[in-house]
Design a protein around this ligand. Structure first.
Ligand code: MRU
Length: 378
């Protein structure tokens, strides 16, 4: 069975509620842009590509199920307002803003060309939103292939072990995944010894989502806490020798600086210290040439309680009772908390950026030139 985070057909959108994973698999119905906004904000759906697609499709479903004006200009204004609202749900991942910008263009063109017909504008919007779902899966498959080829070409051994962070798989995208797509591709070609995944504190996307996907796909995998990464890179055990760390991205700035889940930066530092390759896997929708460097990327700060409490099914000493989810405090009451959801890894620490059109490596001057990869995009 293929893991599906997003189920869409015209008039219906369902998302797998990721707050309930890995213990319960429940789909939430999304009927409007407002439902989509809340699902993203509350992290029931997450991951840079997935939130962009859920936002786009949430509005598509609302348009399909609402009686709108016949006037193209009024429909265009309605859609633009909803898109602006959706973009406010989470700030760091650029995919959402990128999708909104592209959809605004589609809608404005359709309003101009459609002879004043509101229905033509809705159709153009919904077709473009549905296409994003399709394109993301094929982009991820290409990322998986390029990334796997790059790692096996540069590795000392035939079969490799890799380390990943956060969740970048089918649950964070429209399907297959970015960094996890690279792991899927390595495994599919018999080139993977073992995948290691971090727990990814504080929200545990690694232990709850990535581990769930790895177990689901029967990929040989081991979970570590974030604090074990350096010890793993130092280890020379036959399975523990790490050929590369491969992570996803929420926004890649024009100079290659990369915002990704908190904890990514420290992995890049330790990778450089241990002489391990550090790769970012991301579709071009995540590359933001308008943002010159990581300094300009807004880092979302989330509620302290995401760090001081954990949620899970009740454990009766023998079994987990998944019907009884409990929230448990794991920190001293009253402690101040700093909870940035992302950090920025400087381009200097990144060896390659794996996109759907190939792996971008540094130029002879030691800098990334992402303009080439972005040609013909947009
Ligand atoms: O806060 P989240 O769970 O939305 O963060 C997800 C990540 O940071 C992922 O690593 C990133 O979006 C890459 S998605 C393919």
């Amino acid at each position: 069975m293929v893991l599906e985070a997003i189920r869409y057909k015209p008039g219906s959108l369902q998302i797998l509620n990721q707050l309930k994973l890995p213990h319960q698999e429940e789909y939430d119905e999304i009927r409007s842009a407002e439902d989509g906004w809340h699902a993203i904000k509350e992290m029931r759906t997450r991951g840079a590509p997935a939130i962009a697609i859920v936002a786009a499709l949430a509005l598509a479903v609302e348009l399909q199920c609402t009686t709108l004006s016949d006037n193209a200009e009024e429909v265009r204004a309605f859609i633009l307002e909803k898109l602006q609202y959706l973009v406010t749900s989470r700030p760091t991942a650029v995919n959402l803003a990128d999708a909104s910008r592209k959809l605004q263009k589609v809608v404005s063109n359709a309003a101009k060309q459609g002879g004043g017909d509101g229905k033509a504008v809705v159709k153009a919007y919904c077709d473009a939103a549905a296409q994003m779902l399709i394109d993301d899966v094929s982009d991820n498959r290409a990322i998986g292939k390029y990334g796997a080829e790059w790692i096996t070409r540069t590795a000392a051994e035939g079969k490799v072990s890799v380390l990943t962070h956060c969740n970048t798989g089918s649950l964070a995208t429209a399907g297959y995944g970015t960094a996890l797509g690279v792991i899927r591709s390595l495994h599919g070609h018999g080139q993977l010894k073992r995948a290691f995944c971090t727990e990814t504190r504080p929200y545990n996307q690694g232990s709850r989502l990535t581990a769930f996907e790895l177990v689901h796909d029967k990929i040989p995998a081991t979970l570590i806490t974030d604090s074990m990464a350096s010890a793993l890179l130092k280890s020379q055990g036959p399975e523990e020798r790490i050929a590369a760390i491969v992570v996803g991205a929420d926004r890649v700035a024009a100079n290659g600086d990369t915002a990704n889940k908190i904890g990514t930066y420290q992995l890049a530092v330790t990778a450089r210290f241990h002489g391990v390759k550090f790769l970012v896997a991301a579709p071009r929708t995540t590359i933001d040439l308008q943002t010159p460097s990581g300094v300009e990327i807004e880092i979302e700060e989330r509620a302290g309680k995401e760090m001081t409490f954990v949620k899970g099914p009740r454990f009766d000493g023998v079994d987990l009772d998944v019907s009884r989810v409990e929230t448990v405090s794991i920190a001293a009451t009253g402690i101040d908390v700093w909870n940035p959801a992302f950090d920025v890894t400087p381009a200097e620490l990144i060896d390659g950026i794996i996109t759907e059109v190939g792996v971008v490596e540094k130029e002879p001057d030691g800098k990334f030139d992402l303009t080439f990869a972005m040609e013909a995009h947009n």
